[in-house]
Design a protein around this ligand. Structure first.
Ligand code: CAA
Length: 394
């Protein structure tokens, strides 16, 4: 335990490469995504060119094995990249997070060599955009209660069902789909498949008209007698639920990082506004009421970032990090909502208009408390793990 803590503490100081990565991504995101963030929020236009630019800069396969064209980087670096992108465009950050941590990473961990050859290189290079299909219209938190069915037809599978709330939904090329192969077995009957957009029977619902993160092409993915080759089974029959849970453990680090990026952007905007805005003959930053709001946000951002690095670092060391990623996601997502709400408060009437970005941060923040497991689900995951650590029965 002491050794583990020692290692974690060392890693909390980012390496020179990681600091350089942060600086580089900050510049790229600032130059290319910042101005556009408002436009795509208004128009709901999916910014494929943002993904393509990240692909050109070799960031869409950041954590994938170098042997398959990935960057071979660790999850701390991944968290840094997602945070810096989210700081200017939360939509672009989740497009990358869903592609990388929810689709490409599980292919790299659980995929056969055939499947990796077929998909991983193209995912790593950004020739394919990935998506993750777990939720359905009638089930979200209760992930095992899915109705999508996969029938074994000897030399192929037939998939039927509707997946809902899919990030990159209509825009992806490749989908990781969870489907029931044996409903009697409940979660043990779930299997995972790779489905291509151009397979006959794949279609899409209308774009969801969302409060925030409005350009990530969220929609239903419908599967109507889709014929999927046998080799597109990810892992073994019945492995799907565990694949989904392990995938979400890693994915939640990304959403926590997205949330910290939104919180940081809110703090940056609120503090710079408070330095220039005057009331009662003084800059408003000189009032304790404003200072206390900023102090609270600044302190919690530091704490949230450390939770992310702890979870990412444990992931990188091959340790079990389910509890830590749920803690990071829970804390940072609630912080993103709080920080963006305070930013609107500090900007007053201006914060409530689209003249400033504070209202967008508030709208974007809310979903971080919902997707990849609601805050209530994170509390359940943390509680289950604490109970296991205590050796008690739930
Ligand atoms: N790692 C490995 N295995 C795990 C695991 C983990 N983190 N969590 C659970 N498991 C295993 C359990 O050990 C158990 O295994 P056995 O059968 O061998 O005993 C099995 O999975 C079932 O576990 P539970 O009994 O705990 O399962 P449950 O049905 O009670 O559900 C849950 C647990 C945590 C609530 C889960 O359903 C869950 O995470 N729900 C939330 C789903 C979610 O996050 N959805 C988000 C959709 S994706 C999205 O939003 C993407 C996007 O577009 C951005």
């Amino acid at each position: 335990m002491e050794k583990l803590l020692e290692k974690q503490i060392q890693t909390f100081k980012l390496t020179e490469e990681q600091e350089l990565l942060r600086k580089t991504v900050r510049e790229i995101a600032g130059d290319n995504f910042k101005e556009k963030a408002r436009e795509i929020d208004k128009s709901h236009r999916f910014p494929r060119e943002n993904f393509d630019l990240l692909a050109k800069l070799e960031m869409v396969g950041l954590t994938l094995p170098e042997a398959y064209g990935g960057g071979g980087m660790n999850y701390v670096s991944y968290a840094i990249v997602i945070e810096e992108i989210a700081r200017v465009c939360a939509t672009t950050s989740v497009i990358l997070a869903a592609h990388l941590s929810l689709c490409s990473v599980p292919v790299s961990i659980f995929g056969s060599n055939v499947l990796k050859e077929k998909y991983l290189k193209k995912l790593a290079k950004g020739e394919y955009l990935g998506a993750f299909c777990l939720s359905e219209p009638g089930n979200g938190s209760d992930a095992a209660a899915m109705l999508t069915r996969a029938y074994d037809k000897c030399d192929h599978f037939i998939l039927n069902g509707t997946k809902a709330w899919i990030t990159n939904g209509s825009q992806a090329d490749v989908y990781l789909v969870l489907a029931q192969t044996n409903p009697e077995l409940k979660h043990k009957g779930v299997s995972a498949f790779i489905v291509e957009k151009n397979m006959p029977g794949v279609s899409f619902g209308k774009l969801e008209d969302k409060l925030g993160i409005r350009a990530s092409a969220t929609c239903q993915v419908r599967l109507d007698n889709v014929k999927v080759p046998k080799e597109n089974l990810l892992g073994n029959i019945g492995d799907g639920f565990k694949i989904a849970m392990i995938t979400l453990d890693g994915g939640r680090i990304g959403i926590a990082a997205q949330a910290i990026g939104i919180a940081q952007a809110s703090y940056d905007l609120a503090s710079s506004y408070a330095k220039t805005r005057e009331a009662f003959g003084k800059k408003i930053i000189s009032f304790q009421a404003i200072q206390f709001m900023l102090v609270e946000i600044a302190t919690e951002i530091e704490a949230g970032r450390l939770l992310i690095y702890q979870a990412a670092n444990m992931h990188d060391q091959g340790l079990k990090f389910t509890r830590q990623s749920a803690e990071a996601k829970l804390f940072c997502s609630e912080l993103a909502s709080k920080a963006s709400n305070k930013a609107v408060q500090i900007l007053g009437g201006y914060g409530y208009t689209t003249e400033y970005d504070a209202e967008r941060y508030l709208r974007d923040a809310k979903i971080t408390e919902i997707y990849e497991g609601t805050s209530e689900i994170q509390r359940i995951v943390i509680a289950d793990n604490i109970i296991k650590e205590l050796g008690a029965k739930n």
